[in-house]
Each structure stands twice: as structure tokens, then as C-alpha cells.
Design a protein around this ligand. Sequence first.
Ligand code: PLP
Length: 415
Amino acid sequence: MSEGARNAVSTTARYDFDTVIDRRGTWCVQWDGVADRFGVDGLLPFTISDMDFETAPEVLAALRARLDHGVLGYTTWQQDDFLSAVAHWYGTRYGADLDTGRLVYGPSVLSQLSQLLQMWTSEGEGVVVHTPTYDGFRKAVLGLGRELRGVPLGDTEALERELARADAKVLVLCSPHNPTGRVWTEAELREMAELARRHGAAVISDEIHADFVHDGHVHVPYARIADAAGVGDGGVEAGVRDGGGPAGGRWAVITSASKSFNFPALTGSYGIIGDPADRAEYLRRMETAEGLASPAVLSLTAHIAAYREGAAWLDAVRAYVTGNLAMVAERLDAEFPELAWVPPQAGYLAWIDLRPLGVEEEALQRVLIEREKVAIMPGSVYGAPGFLRLNLGCPRSKAEAGVSALVRGLRTVRA
Ligand SMILES: Cc1ncc(COP(=O)(O)O)c(C=O)c1O
């Protein structure tokens, strides 16, 4: 075991992430729905981004207490328990002074994305994303009849070219980035904000992976970038307050605790919208056209518990996943040093560039599914054939089984 993996184990001793919990028969997409994407039942799954762990015990306790009350009537998110819990999280995790008057609620991050795209773009107009691209973005943009315009991650010239097109109305940032796990630096975010402002594009920053940033990297909330570029009482210290976006540029953050605390099926998300008129319009649509005035009460309950009491669990699960990633790096390094694979800067998804091995995606998938009985996301899902996305949000034993299957599969197709 590497030093990284050993350290990770010692810091997670308070919680048990090693025990395998049988999720089969719970209607979960990860295990029970594997045939929908991979055509075969019973595969060991490393697919969509949820984890095989229970959520934090503090979250479970809060959910149980709420259920024990027994009355599950219509609920409001515009109350201090929820708003102050979010502000507490931003203060303690990001050093940001969040103005809770800017918060909005939503049924899911992708639903919020869809709503904002409908507000800020018309059919046929362009939405700029980075490639590789989270498939949820692709489905939302194309499903709304907008044009998806991909620019390679890190290619500023291509980004500027796309944003400069007259009908490019929105830049959707994935911060941190899924599937690569890339954490944007403050300088990169500033540059993208400035390009969007210059070309009149709104920015929607999806920060659902922000709480899972690994040691050595820092997530910078987009709201801070927008405010720092503004005037008056903006600036980094002021944090997340009204006071102008990047010279008035439209922007929104969409996020949820559901990813990092592993309760996405409770359905619930929230956002920060910079401009008061945009915020009012978003809420009007939610409460009227969408009929979504009442949030899911269990999601609210889970958010409050996670943000008030869940920090230690989150740090522990992140450390455990760091151990999984270190283990995979060690295995891949030993077997295929030409991959020079390094763990992601954020998240539990291992994005692996297999192109140096020259294997063909379809052939590899056939071997992984038919012979190794594992389901691992092919890169083509994200517009990047030749890559794989291996979900390591799972007990070490499963992660080891997955990487062993992958190594054997790669040996087979190369033979
Ligand atoms: C970047 C990103 N955004 C959004 C989502 C989905 O969030 P929700 O279930 O709240 O729509 C995911 C899930 O994998 C994701 O990776």
C-alpha cells in the first residue's frame, strides 16, 4: 500500500467505508439499471456518479427524525434553517460571505440548468461547453433545441472563437469539471468570466462537484469571481454579495449537496443568481409554469444536516476515495506506465486516457462486459472515445476488483 493510501485509511477510521452494502434490489440505477446502458444484467458497476456508501450518519439521523414526525406536508425553502446552513457552509468551506437573499431553489441541478437555458437562450442559439462534456449537459442543451458548441478544455482561443459568435448566449462551466476532475484556478475562471462578459454570454457554473476537491487544490466559487470583477462593495473579501457581476455580466451558480453527500435521489438543489431581475424571473417560472413552489422536504432536511454537521464525514469519505485513487494509480503505473495516469483533482471519478495503448473502444467494452463482467463508462459518452470513466466512490475491495478487471481486459484486447 502506498503512503497516500495508508494515510487515507488512518484519517477515515471514524467511519466504515470498507463494508460492502448490497444495493441490488433497491431500484438503483448504478446496479439494478446496469442493463439499460450496458445491455447485460449482473455486471459490477462503475458507472453513473453516485457512491456505494451510505450518506453521512448525521444526515441519516436528521432524516429519521424528520420521518418520525410523520407529517410530510408542503414545505418552504425560504426559511432561516436552510438559508443559514448554506451560508454556514460557504463561510466555513470557502471563506465566502454568502448573501442568502441571492439563493434560489430547484428540484435538481439539471432542472435548474434547463430553466436558466430557457431564460437566457432561444431555440437554435449556441451554448458553449468544454469537451469532454458531462452527458447531462449535452442532453439538456440538445433536448431544448439549442446548439451544443464544444471547446477543448484549456483551449482559450477556441473558447473565445465560440463565444464571439453572435448567437453564443451561454457558457456552461463545470466547476470542478466532470468527467476530468479538473479544478479551475482563480486565474482561469477570471479569464473565462472576462471572455464571456466581453462577448455578452451569460455564465452558468455547475458546482455540484465542488465539495469533493482533493488536497492541494482549491475550489473558487464562481460567485466570488463575478463579484470580484464587479464594482462597489464587490471584491474577494466581500465574497458573494450583490454589487454587479463581471461588469454586469449575467451569471448563475447551480449546485447541491447531493453529489458529495450521496443523496441525489432525494432530489433537491439550489443556486445563486447574480442579477435580482433574473432571480425573480427564475423563481416566478419555478413557482408558476413549473408548479414547483414546495421543495422536497427530505432533501432540505438532508442539506441542513450535511452543511451543519457533515463536514467530518465528507472529509473522511474524500480521504478514503483518495486512497482508492492512489491504489488505481499504483496498479496502472505498474501495468501500463505509458499511461502516466494521475488521479483527478476533484471527485471520485477516474478519467483514464487509454489512447497510448491503442485499444479500440468497442473491442474493450466487449471484453469488459462479456468476459470481465464489469460496467465502466466508455469515453464516447462524454464525446471522448479512447478514454474511460471509472467510478471509485465505493469500498476499496470493489475498486480493486474494478481495476483488476480493467487491467485484465486491457491485456486481452492488446494480445
Ligand atoms: C456536473 C454534474 N451536474 C449535474 C449532475 C446531476 O445533478 P442533479 O441530479 O441534481 O440534476 C451531475 C451528476 O452526475 C453532474 O456530474
